[in-house]
Design a protein around this ligand. Structure first.
Ligand code: SIN
Ligand code: FE2
Length: 230
């Protein structure tokens, strides 16, 4: 049956207050279009790089940024830890996509005002995107996204291989947490009481990228953020 060949995405679900998973949010055409954009971002001015943490540990994901360049643990306009070039502008289409993501995730959340009392279709103005490429072996340890001076939600989009996404709590990097699968096309929004929850990627699931998503192997994750920096 086609149901086995083309399993329907799972239903949208609020994993924790303000943390909403929307499986299959991007269709294959949108996914492959975004991968095409990714290849252009990766071609420069600042190439993807694996960031080195202050303790000397090198991250296993490679990151290219839009709008603002992230390095541990700050945002700069120029990639002073790579080649000193200014990063590409944050694209308008991604602002619009982010607004739609926040509006739709908010409609799934049990508290409809969880991402702010205003109109999410115009109030969410992301100005930085971290685009991470994961190869088969890449992982990301439990961390908080806390280099932003804003409590606006973080919008995450995944394309390519599925991964295990561990979404925890705001107090510790350990349990309680929820492990879920982020597949190609999935949206995950975390804001409100979950904005500063620890999260990480214990594992990529090689060979799970769907045909037509634009990526034969590996995983791309885009997180859009409001830095609060001027
Ligand atoms: C991140 O925490 O910045 C990335 C999360 C992901 O790859 O899904
Ligand atoms: Fe993160």
């Amino acid at each position: 049956m086609s149901g086995a060949l083309f399993p329907l995405p799972a239903e949208p679900r609020e994993v924790a207050a303000g943390a909403v998973h929307m499986p299959g949010w991007l269709n294959l055409e949108e996914q492959s279009w975004i991968v095409h954009q990714f290849r252009q971002w990766a071609a420069g001015p600042v190439p993807p790089r694996a960031a080195v943490m202050p303790g000397g540990h090198r991250m296993s994901v490679r990151t290219v940024c839009l709008g603002w360049h992230w390095q541990p643990y700050r945002y700069t306009r120029e990639a002073t830890d790579v080649n000193g070039m200014r990063v590409l502008e944050f694209p308008d289409w991604m602002v619009r996509l982010g607004r739609r993501a926040v509006a739709e995730a908010g409609s799934v959340a049990s508290d409809p005002g969880v991402y702010g009392a205003g109109d999410p279709s115009s109030d969410f103005s992301p100005d930085a995107a971290l685009v991470n490429y994961y190869d088969d072996a890449a992982t990301m340890g439990m961390h908080q996204d806390k280099d932003e001076k804003s409590n606006a939600p973080v919008v995450s989009l995944s394309i390519g291989d599925s991964c295990i996404f561990r979404f925890g709590n705001t107090a510790t990097r350990t349990k309680p947490y929820t492990d879920l699968t982020l597949a190609s096309g999935d949206l995950f929004v975390f804001g409100g009481p979950s904005r500063f929850a620890y999260h990480g990627i214990p594992k990529v699931l090689p060979g799970t990228a769907p045909a037509g998503c634009g990526l034969d192997h590996g995983r791309i994750n885009i997180t859009m953020r409001v830095t609060g920096w001027l």
